[in-house]
Design a protein around this ligand. Structure first.
Ligand SMILES: [Zn+2]
Length: 64
């Protein structure tokens, strides 16, 4: 990962903590990549995926 991407992910994480909508991210926290580069890696929503996302959100919220 290059420094620019790392900085952008950190910035998106902070903005999301400040209640920016997740859709406004330019990076993907899950894949640690630019949103445009990983869009095709996202699978259709399943119950398991929703649970994983909920856990991830809890982790993000707890990380302050
Ligand atoms: Zn992604």
């Amino acid at each position: 990962m290059d420094n620019k991407l790392a900085a952008a992910i950190e910035r998106d994480d902070r903005r999301e903590d400040a209640r920016m909508h997740a859709d406004d991210r330019v990076t993907c926290h899950t894949h640690q990549a630019w949103a445009d580069d990983c869009a095709d890696r996202h699978r259709p929503v399943t119950a398991g995926r929703l649970l994983a996302e909920a856990r991830e959100l809890d982790r993000i919220r707890a990380r302050t």
